[in-house]
Design a protein around this ligand. Sequence first.
Ligand code: SF4
Length: 237
Amino acid sequence: MRTTVDMAAADIAPSVGSVLAAQSISERAMSDKRIVGLARDAIDTLCRLARPIAIMDEIEKGDFQNVYHGEGRNEPETPLGDILQHADTQALFAVTLGEDVSREITRLFDENEFAPAAMLDAAASEGAETVALTVEKSYRDHLRCTGSLGSTAATMPFSPGYCGWHVSGQRALFDTLRPKEIGITLSDSFLMHPLKSISGVIVAGHKDIFEFEDTFPFCDKCETRSCRSRIKAAMEQ
Ligand code: SF4
């Protein structure tokens, strides 16, 4: 089921509040007209320049084990490694907002327009996350429609570079998914172009398999602890 999904930029545009929260700007700043104006301008620019598109392809567990192994540089114990043992199905995905937004962010930083640049960077990151969540939901809906995902099952995304999956895993993921079809390429240092792109795997299985602790050795260096909100979201699916 190799699928590409186009989305309207307006459908992935974040709220002013989420753009500010992504930069750890407090709610009190919502009364600062200048800051709110910068956030609104960034969202307008995102809507004008973003070309959200995604690609997704289901993959057999054995084939994904090879992708996940990548260049053999993953941490010995990882949440995804454990979850995979019990997963029912999985799909590779990649999403991007296109080149124009990333180019505009770079231009603003290069011209020392730091406030608008940071706002657009945050808005674009939020937008890319929304595209990734939309793709995850689309995979979940597909599984539910075909009877492959019961009410006690859920989905959860994982990306190379996080939670013990080494960033070099991007190479095997790109070789298998081939997201160049939607304009995403990979550099020798495993950076995606356009920059505002996300890739990874969506794993589906019983909700129990996603309830892991944030006590892996590498969790000490994790600033976001984003697994906590992702687990909560999976339990509420
Ligand atoms: S604490 Fe951070 S590194 Fe550890 S599993 Fe959660 S998100 Fe991943």
